[in-house]
Design a protein around this ligand. Structure first.
Ligand SMILES: NC(=O)c1ccc[n+]([C@@H]2O[C@H](COP(=O)([O-])OP(=O)(O)OC[C@H]3O[C@@H](n4cnc5c(N)ncnc54)[C@H](OP(=O)(O)O)[C@@H]3O)[C@@H](O)[C@H]2O)c1
Length: 322
């Protein structure tokens, strides 16, 4: 596993991180801990969660994923793991229990620190923008957390280029902490959102780039083939995202090509999809998602290789946006 510097922070992260959105949803605490152990054994040192994970799941609640990460963290030297979490989403049905106001951020960070059982969060990310709150209010609250030592660096997620640039300018003008990272939806069948405007912005502003949903929420998992109905996934079976990709000829052509390349290398479709992503320019790390330790093992063990420039280009050409 290779490691890279995360933007202009002093954090060095593995090129694959572990996403924990399935923890407390499709994955119980024991299996989640096994996945964390597997990831660390493979050289992963970056773990991403969010305060709202997995609020939507029946039998679970907001904060459950952080709790599961927190109980596992007790067994680790804290400084061996880079822990990222997020704030913004609704934590309950109370309409005030969400957003990026100073009041909510100050309450939310205490909840995250308590559930994660840590004194500091390495990377605190705004999950998506809050149009109801002035940017300066959010940024000053985040800066105060950094000064208090509760948060080491701040980042944003799902933030359009114009809005991210506005935030960076506001931080510079106020001489306060600026976003150091962008977390973005990026994979072989979802490229334009990052590549069109965000990538040049991240390069210009030296932001670390964290890709989420690297297997297109399971579409690139190898279970989905042209003409066959999706089967077997815990979370992706019946997913609207997958149904949409299944009626997209270009996305299906990507699967055909992945299958061909995988066969040539003796690898699997998800392993090749990840190899393409890790080889894409200007990406710092990609967050693996999995529902079982076995799935994670497959993606982790297959990654320590590179595909040829010709195969990288063939996948590039096939999935190019216009
Ligand atoms: N910032 C944001 O707004 C945002 C949004 C989404 C995700 N994220 C982050 O990104 C992480 C990853 O996102 P994601 O879960 O959408 O990633 P993903 O890699 O696109 O999808 C993961 C799903 O793919 C399937 N899968 C994975 N490995 C497999 C294998 N070896 N064989 C067969 N199927 C496999 C599983 O589906 P089944 O469960 O159906 O088996 C798994 O749940 C999250 O945990 C979270 O940390 C952030």
């Amino acid at each position: 596993m290779r490691h890279r510097k995360l933007g202009q922070t002093d954090l060095i992260v593995s090129e694959l991180g572990l996403g924990t959105m399935t923890f407390g949803w499709t994955t119980d605490e024991n299996s989640s801990h096994r996945m964390l152990d597997l990831a660390v054994d493979a050289g992963v040192n970056f773990v991403d969660t969010a305060d709202i994970y997995s609020r939507w799941a029946s039998q679970s609640y907001a904060g459950r994923s952080e709790e599961i990460v927190g109980s596992w963290l007790q067994r680790q030297p804290r400084d061996h793991v880079v822990v990222a979490t997020k704030v913004r989403g609704p934590m309950s049905d109370d309409p005030g229990d969400q957003g990026l106001s100073r009041r909510h951020i100050m309450a939310a960070v205490e909840g995250s620190l308590r559930r994660l059982r840590t004194e500091y969060i390495d990377l605190y990310q705004t999950h998506w923008p809050d149009e109801e709150t002035p940017l300066e209010e959010t940024l000053h609250a985040l800066d105060d957390l950094r000064r208090d030592g509760k948060v080491r660096f701040i980042g944003c997620s799902n933030s359009p280029a114009w809005y991210t640039m506005k935030a960076l300018c506001a931080s510079d003008k106020e001489h306060i902490a600026r976003y150091q990272t962008l977390q973005v939806h990026y994979n072989l069948v979802h490229r334009a959102e990052f590549e069109r405007e965000l990538r040049p912005l991240c390069v210009d502003q030296h932001l670390g780039v964290i890709a989420y949903s690297p297997l297109a929420s399971g579409f690139l998992s190898g279970r989905i083939r042209r003409g066959a109905s999706p089967s077997g996934g815990r979370r992706s079976a019946g997913s609207e995202t997958i149904k949409r990709y299944m009626s997209d000829e270009r996305a299906l052509a990507v699967i055909d090509k992945l299958e061909q390349i995988a066969h040539a290398y003796g690898k699997t479709i998800p392993q090749i999809a990840l190899a393409w992503l890790v080889g894409a320019p200007n990406l710092t790390t990609a967050l693996l998602g999995a529902s079982t330790p076995e799935q994670l093992q497959e993606t982790l063990t297959g990654i320590d290789f590179t595909i040829s420039d010709a195969d990288q280009s063939a996948l590039d050409d096939l999935s190019k946006w216009s």
